[in-house]
Design a binder for this molecule. Sequence first.
Ligand code: ARG
Ligand code: ZN
Length: 860
Amino acid sequence: VAKRRDDYRAPDFTITDVALDFVLAPDSTRVTSELKVSRQGSHSKSLYLDGEQLTLLELSVDGSAAQDYQQTESGLTINNVPDTFTLRIVTEVNPADNKALEGLYLSNGVYCTQCEAEGFRRITYYLDRPDVLAKFTVKITGDKASLPTMLANGNPLESGANDDGTHWILWQDPFPKPAYLFALVAGDFDQLTDTFTTQSGKSVALELYVDKGKRSRGEFALEALKRAMRWDEETFGLEYDLDIYMIVAVDFFNMGAMENKGLNVFNSKFVLADQDSATDEDFFNVESVIAHEYFHNWTGNRVTCRDWFQLSLKEGLTVFRDQQFSSDMTSPLSNRIKQVRVMREHQFAEDASAMSHPIRPDEVIEMNNFYTVTVYDKGAEVIRMMHTLLGVDGFRAGMDEYFRRHDGQAVTCDDFVSAMQSATDIDLGHFARWYSQSGTPQLALARAYNEQTDTVTVTITQRNAPTADQTEKAALFIPLQIEFIDATGQHVTPDQAMYADNLLIVDKDTTTLTFTGKGSAITPVALGNFSAPVKLTSDLTPAEWLHTFRFANDAFSRWDAIQQLYNWCIEQYYQQQPHAVDENIWQGLYQAVEASLQETEILGECLVVPSFETLCQSRSNIDVHALNTARKAFSEALAEQLADLLLTIYQANQTDAYDYQPEQVRARRCKNVVLGLLAQLPECKDRIIAQFEASDNMTDTLGALKAAQHHDLVLFSNLMNSFEQRWHDDPLVLDKWFSLHATCERGDILAQLTLLRQHPQFSQQNPNRVRAVVGSFAFYNTTGFHADDGSGYRFLTDYLLELDKQNPQVASRLVTPLTQWQHYSSTRQDLMKRQLARLLEDSGLSKDLYEKVSKALAYG
Ligand code: ARG
Ligand code: ZN
């Protein structure tokens, strides 16, 4: 049963105070909940509480046992309740048996919780909706020896020991919060501590809890946290509000991390990092996720969502904030490229699929299915467009107004836009359609020259094609960053005034600009800095893409020009006319690279050939193997053509003793991208081995392993074996090993996958491990997953039928590649749909999988 955004109704009752009492035991944890409940408005309805998989032991209203109530699979109805009363509920739950990792569960002996979106109802009966905000106190009792640390939100008040070997502690969170922000953790940890003094002089205790023996791997995260706290003060004037901020790293976690008030719970992958075990990318991700969860304290916790359809209110905004932070900590260009790759590889694919939805969805069956690249990343792009339109100061003024109006409230995306509206003269009415319209707008740019008048006309048309969820579309309000260069590389301006320098508003089906008296050779450089989440096609020639690379001001556009040129070249290979990529183009590319030898950052990014997934987004009826082969053939030709330059770059970018520091990161990135290209050539073996053996850090080690994977399977398996010997005890590093095996494009990949599943360290209970094997295969092993006989699709389906019984959330994420059949040829679509149909036949299918699979089968 789907829920609709339009059906929102304010709650009939609210809860103002919650006292929870947990007595922890692995298979029978007792939860006593005392709630102060009050009726909202005048009505005589019964009280309905959400609750799933709970054993109800006691229920009383104002101290006397309730008689008039009904229990179902999903909740509890209590009839004839007073207007205000105290409700006492005792339930029992089984954390050891909780394989879905939602609610209270055990992760390697650690008790922890995950309540967003609707997990609190697996702990006790409650009004489990984000617009019910209550003050919580939490008492925890547990075994003193095995659970020395017991944490909940807020501040610790009192603690003590009992005679039976247990101890207890009482926590209080002074800020009213929805249940999804509740957290409890109990275990035996190594602890890192620090303090942070806020800009107003308040001292905050910082505490980071990690697995025993991993203390030194937590240091980077703690430093990152302090940088994030400072940045939010400096950038948005936002200070931390409690006396203590705690972060716990756990090994079993469905997602990245969770912003529970004062007590974040993290997937250990986004906390633990040191140079031996973590790559530069891992360090980056740790800093970014630490910041993301910290920033939620204001955008998410202090101001939260009225209902789950508003998820992008906090996620889009918080992703935008973490992106700005990362960009300030590292560098704008590589960050922007990283963000755009996510959009082009994954979000565009989602928009084109049966799961297409606006950043503020209208209809949801399982909320966990909507923690998507659309809500998060496209949501952040929508916030970024407002930032572009309002400017830095205008955006800040809008944010200030948002907090002035809504601190302590549960609000909607419309409330956010209206706060932003107060800080600008632009009417955001049209712009706000980005919240309700799904799909990727397509802009097409075309030129015409009139010799008589010496006028170039640039026409930009906007097309919004129907999507799976919406047939009616309207033109959107698109800020298009654009510059124009002439044949000599000089910048020219159009006859018409634009919205601002280099910023054109495209808000109709057709927008035109003219250039008079400037000759015929005008090259538009559109979508600078990826100013809007759109697809753009244009009539530029290969020579003009190279011209753009040479003369454009916007660094992102320079990178994108090379990507467009690669896309064009790969298309020639795909159309069986590789000779169309002629000497002029190769020479142009050679010169472009040669001229950029000192610009390590853009050089490294320009030498990355667009991914297979990205190539799919501008094509239809795709022959998967032909396109994948074309991509590889082009990449190999590129390596041959540039071989001597690549060697120079490889040598020039050797780094000294490892440090995670921007200049070194850029050099290592560039070096390893180049090694990946060179690995396609026959004579690279010694270089790969040498890098593997000399490496003092995980980035270079992994760079060598990836190169070996593309170079030669014997070399690959030798290096992988020695890697496994060194790292078999280290779960996070071993995930990298599993993932490298699963992405290897080889004829016997299914046999390999079987071996991986039989590996003593494989565990279906650990989402990171499952993602490393099954996810890496389904998302990134193009030849294996798309094997012509359908065996890759069958493998995934067989696996999901098992996994869904334990962990529907993870299963539902992994089914994504199977649901995105829309770009492929019809025979392939049939193969994929056949497996989707097998899933749908399963009578015990979770809501999660049901929603995605049934949509994928009904579409098209
Ligand atoms: N709010 C978390 C974050 O983005 C994500 C938690 C989502 N969890 C889930 N089970 N859907 O930081
Ligand atoms: Zn978030």
